[in-house]
Design a protein around this ligand. Sequence first.
Ligand SMILES: [Zn+2]
Length: 421
Amino acid sequence: MDREAGEKVVFGEPGQITALINARLIDGRGGEPVEGAVVRIRDGDIVGVGREPVQASEVSVDCNGMTLLPGLIDAHAHLIYTDFRSLDAVDRCSIETSSINAVNNARKVLDAGYTTIRDVGTVGNVAVAMRDAVADGKVAGPRIIASGQIIFPTGGLGETLPPHWTSDHGLGRRVDSPDAMRAEVRRQIRHGVDNIKLAASGVEVGPYAWTWMTTFSEEEIAVAVEEAHRWGRTVAVHAQSYDSVRFSLNAGVDTIEHGTRIDAETAKAFAQSDTVLVPTLSTLFSVIELGSKLNLMPKQREEMKVNEPLWIESMLRCRDEGVPIASGADLGNRYPHGANAREIELLSRVGLSPMEALLAATAVAAKALKLDHEVGTIEEGKRADLLLFNGDPLTDIASLQDAARIALVVKAGLPAAGFRA
Ligand SMILES: [Zn+2]
C-alpha cells in the first residue's frame, strides 16, 4: 500500500517490514546522495538499504521529493538549560523546575529531528532520570547519553554563587584532589551516569574563572579518565585553555568540548588520538550575535571577542589535521532548544563542507558518544533512527532548522515526530 508524500505515515506491524521508498538517501557514510533508495526497517532496526522493489507483504512509505538522513545527534546538550544567560541562573533554578524544563526541552529536540543527544551537565541527577524516562516511554525525547553534575575544582566553572553560599545540588560538583576526583567519579557512576563531565578550564558565562585559565591539574584529569574507563564510562572535558586541551589529550579523554585554544602541536597530537572535538560554535556565536541585545554580562562579551578568532582558528587547525569534529550546540542559554541544527549551519559557515557538517551531526557524533555501532548511519544492522526532510540540506544547510520541513522523525523504527507522524 503506497502512501502519498505529505500524508500521515502508517508503519508495519511487529515483525513486518516497512519500506521507505523513493527517497534521496544520505546515509551518513560520506558518499554522494543516492536517488530512489529503498530503506527497509523492521522491529526497530534497519534490515536493508538498496533498490529492491517493494514486496506485497511489506508496508511502503513514499518519500518522493524528500531526503532521508540518519536521525541527527547533538553531542553537547544540557536539557535543563532554559533561557539561561549565565551559569548562576542555572543554579538559581530549583531541581524541580529544572526537571520540568528538561521534559519540555526533550520534546523540542526530538521535533527538530534529533534522535540522540548527550547531556553533558545537569543539576541533581536530572539527565539520568530523563534518559530512563525516555527509554521507558514516559516522556517524549531523543535517546540520551547522561552525565551527572559537572566536576570542577574550587574557583572553577561551577562557582556561580558568592563564596559564602554553598550547594551540593547545583550544576557543578567541587573536587580538589586526585582522591576526591576518584571518589566523585565513582559516586556518579553509582548514580547511573554514562559519561563523566569535567571542567578543566574557566568559562565565559561564569563570573570567576576565565577561559584561558586551566583549572584542573593533569593528574586530576588522568585519574577521572582512568576511573571512568575502568567502569566502562566515557569522559568529556570542558577545555578552553591551551593546557586543558593538552592535559585532556594526554589523559585519553573521549571528547574535548569547546576547544577554544588549540595550538599547532596539540592539533597534531589530537589527530593521533581517539578523541573527538565538539567545538560548540553556537556558544560562541550566540554571545556574539545576541550579547548586547540580551544585555549579557561584560565578562562574557569581552571574553568572546578575544576568543572568536582563536576558537575558529583552533577548530580549522584540527580539521586540517584530520581530527574528527562532532556537532554539539550547548543550547538553552542564548539559542533555544530545538535550534540544534544551528550548529550544523555554523560548522559549515566557518569552513566545513555541508557534507562534513552533516557527518558532524550523524556519524562523527555517534563515534563521539561511542554509539557508532548502533546509530549515526543508515546501514543494515543499525537502529532505525531516521530523519525524513522535505528539502536538500546539502544545497541549503540552514534549512535543517526549518521546523516545517521536518516530515518525519523515526526513532527505533517508530514514527516519533514530524508533520507526517
Ligand atoms: Zn555545555
